[in-house]
Every structure is written in structure tokens, then in C-alpha cells.
Design a protein. Structure first.
Length: 121
């Protein structure tokens, strides 16, 4: 897939599915390590000021993007501060890697999809 080539909706859904699977596995591991850790009164909890998906985790996801898009992923495209959820991640990274916007049919379906990609921690 060359730059300025829009990935098809099926490819984007496969990408979304694999990113969600990866993210849910990572999140479960992290949450289980701190689930009994209570912050001192008046202090923030471990995850309180972190983005749902931080930029370091996105860097670990680069092989997933490369597999589905067939494009090299330069980590300079990762937004500093991370992402709210997988859909925002896909929208930002795919548009940067391909030089195109996501198909409207993908965005509409993703926005109407389940919230299984949002952090609860």
C-alpha cells in the first residue's frame, strides 16, 4: 500500500480488531499488577493522569500497523501524550502513514461500535 492510498474498510476493521485484542491483553496485565494498590488520601492513583493508551504502548503496536497496512511505521508519527482509545489511535496513525483520511463508512461504524477499546482502569 503506497502513501496516498486509502486502506479499505475491511483492512481497517481487521487492524482495529487486532489492536483492541493487543490493548486489552496489555491493560489486563497492568491492571492486575496494581488492582489492590490504593493511593494515599489526596494523592492521585497510578493511572489517574495517564492517557488510556500511552505513546510507548503505541510504539509496541507498530508491527500490527505494518502487518495490516503494509507500510513502514516511523514512531515519529505517534502523538505525544498518547490516545484516548483505539479508534482515535487508528484515525491519527493511518492518516499520517497513508496521507489520506479514513473512509467515512469506517468512521461511522467505529463510532457506533462497542466501547471495548476504552480503558476502565
Amino acid at each position: 500500500m503506497a502513501r496516498d492510498h486509502k486502506p479499505d474498510v475491511a483492512t481497517l476493521h481487521r487492524l482495529r480488531g487486532e489492536l483492541n485484542e493487543h490493548w486489552n491483553e496489555q491493560r489486563a496485565t497492568w491492571d492486575s499488577k496494581v488492582e489492590n494498590a490504593e493511593p494515599a488520601q489526596g494523592e492521585l492513583g497510578l493511572w489517574d493522569e495517564m492517557p488510556n493508551i500511552d505513546s510507548k504502548e503505541v510504539a509496541r503496536m507498530t508491527p500490527i500497523f505494518e502487518k495490516h497496512l503494509g507500510l513502514a511505521f516511523d514512531v515519529k508519527h505517534i502523538r505525544a501524550g498518547g490516545y484516548e482509545d483505539v479508534d482515535y489511535l487508528i484515525e491519527d496513525i493511518v492518516s499520517k502513514l497513508t496521507g489520506t483520511e479514513l473512509p467515512a463508512t469506517y468512521i461511522a461504524k467505529a463510532n457506533g461500535g462497542s466501547d471495548d477499546n476504552k480503558s476502565t482502569g
